[in-house]
Design a protein around this ligand. Structure first.
Ligand code: CA
Length: 434
């Protein structure tokens, strides 16, 4: 394992290599990063803020919109600071975009490699990385696509079932798919991998797949999707005959859960749990309340934290606290979403936090972090800590701001370490100093 100081020495080298990469043309056309986004706001438009970031919020940059929050705690929460002394280590370096992680045995992680479509085993104790596990699916790895999330069945110790999400080529375009296979005893292959669900309809695009999965306490799966980004596809987030821009609730065989909210509606897809989402790349249950929380990527500003409840409409693309990348309003640009019949986000970011993977800290190893939420920020590049009381966001902190990494996924281990994977192929571990 390498101490963080060594990693900082490496930073100059990494910066140089990323500049070389940029010069070669990073074709990830996405809104996931200001550096590689042709639609990104210009310096000029980003400077049109209405107030200077001089308050006591964790966010110090000016707002890019003129929206007023529906309630005071809905944005720019007060800054908080972790008091526990932390040990931060780079456990692994040199991987690719490490999109998803799952601790399948104590201190052993399954880690996806988005672009190479590989599934690896990382040992947090010695930093070792396995060879790619055989039997993973073929993916479309253009732009934001590839091998995405990984989780294991609640009865993994007996069943050894591993669930993956990925972007898949099918007739008519690409979809977000879920599949499962059995990890062999020698951990070298996924056996009998089968696709159990495809978030249809297919769309000719390679952006906004969503793609997080998580098991609930009844051993069913929640899958998050995206609306495929383009103006022509994004209305599908509002339409109940499409799985785009949705939270979807499935059995382990990929069938709709019987209690889903639209199973009696003949015009709606039975797997839909909630709708009106843009691109959801983070999901977890709040251990304090058991509620399902998601973080979804906004356009220019307007990233949202939402509590997901069955049948709810979260508003995209009719309402948003963000702006189009052009600087235009989204639709008519009206805030106060509840008055228009949509669920208010519990929180939103302005300017963007570019939120990706998320996890609650469901451990007592760092007591002040208990039940806090941690989110990987892609650009700006930091881990966001969110303090929640009675479903209100009462504090926010940015961690590892000096690392200049695109933090992709977050995981809390059984031992209470906070693990963060990056697009630069590193895995960070933060734990209480001994
Ligand atoms: Ca919304």
């Amino acid at each position: 394992m390498m101490k963080i100081t060594w990693s900082r020495m490496m930073f100059g080298t990494m910066l140089m290599s990323s500049m070389v990469l940029a010069a070669c043309g990073d074709d990830e056309a996405s809104d996931e990063g200001s550096t590689d986004d042709s639609d990104a706001p210009t310096e000029e438009s980003a400077g049109e803020g209405t107030e200077e970031g001089t308050n006591e919020s964790a966010e110090t940059e000016p707002k890019v919109t003129e929206f007023e929050p529906a309630f005071p705690e809905q944005t720019r929460a007060p800054a908080v600071e972790t008091e526990t002394e932390l040990d931060t280590e780079v456990v692994v370096e040199g991987l690719g975009v490490s999109w998803g992680m799952e601790e399948f045995e104590t201190n052993r992680l399954l880690v996806t490699q988005r672009d190479a479509a590989e599934l690896l085993i990382v040992n947090l104790e010695d930093g070792s990385v396995s060879d790619p596990i055989e039997g993973t699916p073929e993916v479309n790895n253009e732009d934001q696509g590839g091998l995405l999330d990984v989780t294991v069945a609640p009865d993994f110790e007996e069943s050894r079932m591993v669930f993956l999400t990925f972007s898949q080529d099918i007739e008519g375009g690409t979809v977000t798919s879920v599949g499962k296979g059995m990890l062999s005893e020698d951990e070298t292959s996924l056996e009998d991998f089968e696709v159990i669900f495809q978030a249809t309809p297919a769309y000719e695009g390679t952006l906004h797949y969503g793609g997080r999965i998580i098991f609930d306490d009844e051993d069913n799966l929640f899958l998050t999707t995206g609306e495929r980004s383009d103006v022509e596809s994004r209305d599908r987030a509002q339409e109940l005959d499409a799985y785009l821009g949705k939270v979807i609730h499935l059995t382990q065989d990929g069938e709709p859960v019987e209690s889903n909210p639209f199973t009696e509606d003949e015009d709606a897809l039975d797997g839909i749990y909630s709708y009106g989402h843009r691109n959801i790349q983070g999901v977890d249950f709040n251990p304090a309340t058991s509620d399902l929380w998601i973080v979804e990527f906004g356009p220019q500003a307007g990233d949202e934290l939402n509590i997901v409840e069955p049948g709810n409409n979260y508003g995209w693309p009719i309402v948003s606290y963000g702006l189009e990348y052009s600087g235009e309003f989204v639709n008519e640009g009206i805030s106060e979403h509840e008055a228009q019949g949509f669920v208010e986000p519990r929180y939103y970011w302005d300017p963007t936090s570019a939120p990706s993977g998320m996890s609650f800290y469901d451990n007592d190893a760092i007591p002040e972090w208990e039940n806090n939420m941690f989110i990987g920020g892609l650009a700006p590049n930091y881990i966001i800590r969110v303090v929640i009381e009675d479903d209100m966001i009462v504090g926010e902190e940015r961690l590892l701001t000096d690392e200049v990494e695109r933090f992709r996924d977050i995981l809390v281990t059984e031992d209470g370490a906070l693990i963060a994977s990056t697009d630069g192929g590193s895995i960070y571990q933060m734990s209480a100093a001994e």
